[in-house]
Design a protein around this ligand. Sequence first.
Ligand SMILES: [Zn+2]
Length: 264
Amino acid sequence: MRQVLGIPAGAAIATAVVAASHSAPVVTTWGQVRNRVLPRLAGVGARDGVALTFDDGPDPVSTPAFLDALDALSVRATFFLLGTLVARAPSLTAEITAAGHEVAVHGWDHRSMLLRLPPAALDGLRRARDVITAASGATPTMYRPPFGQLSVSALAGARGAGLQTVLWTVWGADWAASATPESVLHELGEPRGGATILLHDSDCTSTPGSWRTTLAALPRVVEQCAAAGLAVRPLGEHLHQAMMPPVPPPLPATVGPPAPSVIP
Ligand SMILES: [Zn+2]
């Protein structure tokens, strides 16, 4: 019988069909179309600010430098964490929340969700959520899949684990070997109210040392947002504030009954 990767052809096709039925990407993970059509998934939030998010940590080599930089900038952010790394660095995970930042789930590991069946996806997300909760003392409410790859398994797993799936509206492409602080700023473009910025505080899945480029760009990213009059917030607050009703205009000065005329 014809073999595909050592598996009989018929079985290989059946496996592929089963996998595809659970893993078919359900939306594009790229571009402005997603931001407009699915703003909640993209992380479009309150128009008076931007959300700052970091993926792929916690990394004892690099994450502490980001915590120091954010402290110096008086900015709080959201860290999408990997369960395997949290298990190795629980005290660093606790430092993230102790510094006022938000923690969220990036997965148990950084493998693609496209070929994972629903039970495995759900199991991985629950494990990641639980290890982050135990280490940080905060229960994550959001999930961003590795590579931003969405699938039925990823979305159903997130729902089953009580997590809202949120991607990003702009990224700095800071993982590339060719990235520089200038290229990161260029990729991000002019700050826009409502945006969710994706950067990386770890190079565990990208070019070794690339986090140094991100770190060097960070003050200017925050500076540009401030210059544009935009607050920089963690993602949860960013989304929450977008759902708040607009502040009503101030009431007109109270008009009471006319003061009694004084009879001389
Ligand atoms: Zn990642």
